[in-house]
Design a protein around this ligand. Structure first.
Ligand SMILES: *Cc1c(COP(=O)(O)O)cnc(C)c1O
Length: 423
């Protein structure tokens, strides 16, 4: 595999951006390789600057559920761009997108369009605090909700203690209201509520954790979160930035029939453009400015080009009956290949992660037992054999509608060969 051009581009980029990248995981430091510089992507394939072709299972971290450069999405964006890249004013596309979202997420009665998942979650938390007049929030270890100050907390230890930030540059005061519980551990939540229940504005959760690798919820976990938040007059926020429009049109809440009070969407909702959403119950969202006292705004919010990509993507998902069952079948085939090779795999719909540990992975403490060196070996083997996956153990593998049977068969063969070669 020749990656001379990527190496050259990386060297140059290092002079201008921290680590040569605009988002840390792209630097591939976890797996000890030079990042590939991408030239273009189409359908299920992605091509680097040296002309190498890969089957793409990152899909821009899940955004490209239709595959890359879908013709219908590109043509919608082109026509939107012709009419102006930004107005900073109202346009009909925004309402069309809001309507599409509301129809698929009945829990979202009113919503706001923003520019990134980080912004969506941050704003949802602000609305929850404004509505409840409470300051504390409960999040889960290993769940990622963007990089806003108050949420950048994972807390390596101590379930009942207030948390320290994961990053420098965040004053302790910004995270002292962020409590951390263990994912899939109802007891850890109950204990926090016993102590802080009447101060807790909301529980925020990835209804299927996908940022510590994929960790689906135990059957009683989400119903329990719904019940305990109601019991304490606290709100439930589903961060469905990854799972929205991926685990089905209605996300995890549609699949598991749980109604959160607030929801954040991103990735697929923007069809590959910078767009995200937060919304929920009418009486909460009516507190958002200009109707109420919770301030939130954005120069590029509802950007017409991004909105057109979101509309075209969701329209296509809505109008392709069976698209999710086909995704399920393809993903199950890959899951089976991993299992047959003796690998430990978690799957929720078209999200998968292979964990290099012998433990069944249900919590963050299981996740961190993984052998990262073995993951790096696996990553490099996959890449050398034309399979593009996340350069980190703690991310998901994303299957798209553009992956052909030929693609999945090749992927299954490479998985099989990895185990033959390496063990
Ligand atoms: C990606 C992601 C975010 C952050 O979204 P950005 O657009 O990267 O800011 C938040 N929550 C979850 C669950 C995500 O997967």
């Amino acid at each position: 595999m020749n990656t001379a051009k990527s190496e050259q581009l990386y060297k140059k980029a290092l002079n201008f951006m921290p680590g040569g990248v605009n988002s840390p995981v792209r630097a591939c430091r976890n797996v000890g390789t030079v990042p590939l510089f991408i030239d273009r992507a189409e359908g299920s394939k992605i091509y680097d600057a040296d002309g190498n072709e890969y089957i793409d299972y990152i899909c821009s971290w899940g955004a490209n559920i239709l595959g890359s450069a879908d013709r219908d999405v590109i043509s919608a964006v082109k026509s939107a761009c012709e009419r102006g890249l930004t107005f900073g004013a109202c346009h009909a596309g925004e309402t069309e997108l809001a309507q599409r979202i509301k129809r698929n997420f009945p829990s979202i009665e009113l919503l706001r369009l923003v520019n990134s998942g980080t912004e969506a979650v941050m704003s949802a938390v602000r609305a929850a605090r404004g509505f409840t007049h409470r300051d504390k929030i409960i999040k889960f270890e290993g769940c990622y909700h963007g990089h806003s100050d108050g949420l950048l907390v994972r807390a390596g230890s101590g379930l009942l203690t207030n948390s320290v930030p994961d990053s420098t540059g965040i004053p302790l005061g910004y995270t002292e209201n962020t409590l951390v519980a263990e994912y899939n551990n109802n007891d850890s939540v109950e204990k926090l509520f016993e102590k802080y229940g009447n101060e807790t504005a909301a529980v925020i959760v990835e209804p299927c954790a996908a940022n510590m690798g994929v960790v689906p919820p135990n059957p009683d976990f989400l119903p329990f979160l719904r019940e305990i938040t109601r019991r304490y007059n606290s709100l439930l926020i589903f961060d469905e930035v990854i799972t929205g429009f991926r685990i089905g049109l209605g996300g995890m809440q549609g699949k598991y029939k749980i109604t959160p009070d607030l929801t954040a969407l991103g990735k697929i909702a923007g069809g590959g453009m910078p767009l995200a959403v937060y919304g929920g119950k009418k009486d909460i969202m009516e507190l958002v400015a200009p109707l109420g006292s919770v301030y939130q705004a954005g120069t590029l919010s509802g950007n017409p080009a991004a909105v057109s990509a979101g509309n075209a993507t969701i329209k296509k998902l809505e109008e392709s009956p069976g698209i999710y069952s086909v995704l399920e079948e393809k993903s199950e085939k890959i899951e089976t290949a991993f299992k047959s090779a003796g690998l430990n795999v978690n799957r929720e719909g078209s999200l998968l992660t292979v964990f290099f540990t012998d433990r069944e992975v249900r919590t963050y403490s299981d996740v961190i037992t993984c052998d990262k060196a073995r993951y790096s070996e696996y990553y490099r083997f996959m890449l050398e054999n034309g399979i593009y996956i996340a350069p980190s153990q703690f991310e998901a593998m994303f299957v798209s509608a553009a992956h052909s049977d030929e693609d999945t068969e090749k992927t299954c063969d490479v998985i099989k060969n990895f185990m033959i070669k390496k063990f």
